[in-house]
Design a protein around this ligand. Sequence first.
Ligand code: C2E
Ligand code: MG
Ligand code: MG
Ligand code: MG
Length: 292
Amino acid sequence: RAKEMGNNNFQFYAREMNASVEEKLMLLEGLRGALDEGQFHLLYQPKVDLRSGLIFGVEALIRWEHPEHGVVSPLRFIALAEESGLIVAIGDWVLHTACRQNKAWQDAGLAPIIMSVNVSPRQFEEKRLVERVAAALRESALDPGALELEVTESLIMRDLAQSVGKMRELKAMGISLSIDDFGTGYSSLSSLKSFPISTLKIDKSFVRELADNTDDQAIAMAVISLGHKLNLRVIAEGVETEQQCTFLRDNDCDEMQGYLFSRPVPPAQIAALLEEQARMQSGCDQPGAAAY
Ligand code: C2E
Ligand code: MG
Ligand code: MG
Ligand code: MG
């Protein structure tokens, strides 16, 4: 067959393609039953206020424990879940689980924090998104002020008018919104001002070389100043080193999230971090806890 095609490279390429199509089919097959089989769980990564050093929120990050392949990264299956429409059911599960978890921490007497949940395009475009979010809040009895949704610029730009409409409805319910991976999408600066958001999240691709790449430094500083001029808070994701953290703090970034402070962890570890934080604060004259 290679001879027929007259090109060995092509045959090799085709085999590679087949492997990835096979892998996709295999994952998709597994994904269909994963919810019912209870194969998903959430990890939570702390978000820290750069001035006080305190945890004020967490981001829920989904993990899939595949029976044969072990833990599958969301980078591998979220896109598939999107394409197949499964994301709506999976996203619902994430919302309910994350809201319930945040309420459970509050009920355990921990300082209230904000739960951030990622919402992907198909999930956001789904007709009943606002009702679905309301249902998760109702079912968990979580205060809407303790929930934030992370959306991307590309998601909003798919249908600007409709997105802004939905965002306004969510905001009117008391939920906050943030733009995830900011700087990697296509939103124009003029549309940005019409988004009813409270936070810009600097994408980790600009944070990675922040210590010595002057272009990334310029981008980070520009996003921080843009955000502040629009009255938004600015958070940096993917902060792994002290140098990155120092740069961000020195340049007035508000919040950070990254391995430097903590990896995404199971709920009990968040509770332990919040308890430790409360212990360290008691006895000090610093009033209150998280900036919330
Ligand atoms: P994201 O929302 O931008 O989340 C940040 C990603 O960066 C997470 O990857 C997190 O584990 C990782 N991260 C955090 N700190 C560091 C760091 O210091 N260094 C590095 N190198 N990485 C760091 P993760 O958990 O693999 O998630 C990847 C993406 O999958 C997320 O990107 C988000 O777009 C999507 N995702 C995750 N969970 C959900 C979910 O429940 N629903 C939806 N729709 N998407 C999700
Ligand atoms: Mg996110
Ligand atoms: Mg992000
Ligand atoms: Mg990202």
